[in-house]
Design a binder for this molecule. Structure first.
Ligand SMILES: O=C(O)CCC(=O)C(=O)O
Length: 384
């Protein structure tokens, strides 16, 4: 918990921040006027002024950020370590996702959420019925006759978001899914509402780690699985009940370098080998946070953080979207930063798929195109 001293320091720094902003604005104005008086080209005066302003504001922003970060770092030294290694651009360096004991989670969770720092809560569900009872075989025995929609024939070497959905989706009984997994097929029961399976929710006591509101709780059964690099709008827990998953996380500030899909900019087209191997090209400047999520662990993925999960073998996980969500301004900022290819594609899909109602290609693990989504939201808002 932040102490009163932290809060005072925060308050003081924001007063100082306002003062600094005012001084900067006056300086900018003076520089630009001086530029004009000396009859230099007006553009030069403004450019100098603008650059000065950016420089001062970014230094100020960095120092504020550093001050704000320190409270979690003080409580949890592993966060500082992860920031030093994972936060530095390097070809080989990978920060470890910090691990906390379940008792410490309650002390630091508020700070982790507000500073948006990923953490693994060590073995918090180790004694749960889920870890004791769940396995692909036991699911086949309990829910064998259930009809489920399964992603099949998953690409092992490319991002799933590049594949067309209809080639990879099949309905089958859960018993058959488990048989196919045991035969070594790459299949995934991905993001299936947990409530479909009677009794499972009671075997995983989420209140141990999750505050309300909870938006959705989903089951993921497959292996070996590769989900593709993407971000979600809400805080997320990935709870591992059976098998192990390797997590790779990237801070939201590096979104531009992740080869975004133009029609779905919350997804990246980077392949599993690019994500797990040594960094090359533009990705070499992107620090990654890595960690193993073992049975009983819960990985906290803050809203907006890019994440990629790969299971080593057969695996069962549950994910929980809950608590804080990205706000409108966060989404707008992400789209503005995504660049011209995304803007053009969004505008095209707004008109083509939205206004003109033309069909689009649905991709694996992907939502409809962003432009269509904007069109539908606008229509709903208009009709209200
Ligand atoms: O575990 C996976 O394969 C993907 C999980 C995921 O992406 C999520 O919970 O948002």
């Amino acid at each position: 918990m932040p102490t009163a001293r932290d809060l005072c320091a925060k308050g003081l720094s924001s007063t100082r921040g306002t003062l600094l902003k005012r001084i900067t604005t006056s300086t900018v104005y003076a520089v630009s006027v001086a530029g004009r008086i000396q009859l230099r080209p007006i553009g030069l005066g403004w450019t100098t002024a603008w650059l000065t302003q950016r420089l001062i504001w970014s230094r100020q922003g960095n120092s504020l950020r550093r001050r704000n970060m320190s409270s979690l770092q003080r409580a949890l030294p592993a966060v500082g370590q992860a920031r030093r290694t994972g936060g530095r651009a390097s070809r080989t360096l990978r920060g470890e996702i910090p691990r906390v004991a379940p008792e410490r989670w309650h002390e630091v969770s508020e700070q982790a959420r507000s500073e948006m720092v990923p953490l693994i809560i060590d073995g918090v569900f180790a004694d749960s019925k889920a870890v004791e009872l769940w396995s692909p075989r036991s699911f086949a025995d309990r829910f064998g006759d259930f009809e489920v929609s399964v992603s099949i024939d998953l690409p092992a070497h490319s991002a799933p978001y590049l594949e067309r959905n209809e080639r990879h989706v099949e309905r089958m009984r859960l018993r058959r899914l488990v048989e196919r997994l045991e035969e070594g097929e790459l299949c995934y029961l991905n993001q299936a509402a947990l409530e479909q399976f009677p009794g499972l929710a009671e075997e995983l006591e989420l209140s141990v780690i999750t505050p309300p509101p909870i938006y959705s709780v989903n089951l993921w059964l497959g292996g070996p699985t590769r989900s593709g690099l993407h971000y979600d709008s809400a805080d997320n827990f990935l709870i591992q009940a059976f098998g192990t998953k390797e997590a790779t996380l990237v801070s939201p500030r590096y979104g531009r370098a992740l080869r975004l899909l133009a029609d779905a900019p919350s997804k990246s087209s980077l392949s599993p080998s690019e994500l797990s191997g040594p960094s090359t090209g533009v990705f070499s400047r992107v620090p990654r946070w890595r960690g193993e999520v073992l049975p009983g662990d819960a990985l906290y993925i803050p809203r907006g953080w890019w994440h990629y999960l790969a299971s080593v073998d057969l695996s069962i996980s549950v994910n929980v979207w809950h608590a804080d969500r990205l706000e409108f301004k966060d989404h707008a900022e992400k789209i503005l930063r995504a660049g011209p290819a995304v803007w053009a594609r969004t505008a095209r899909d707004f008109v083509w798929c939205g206004a003109l109602g033309r069909p689009y290609e649905q991709h694996l693990f992907s939502p409809p195109p962003l432009g269509l989504d904007y069109y539908q939201r606008l229509r709903r808002w208009w009709r209200r």
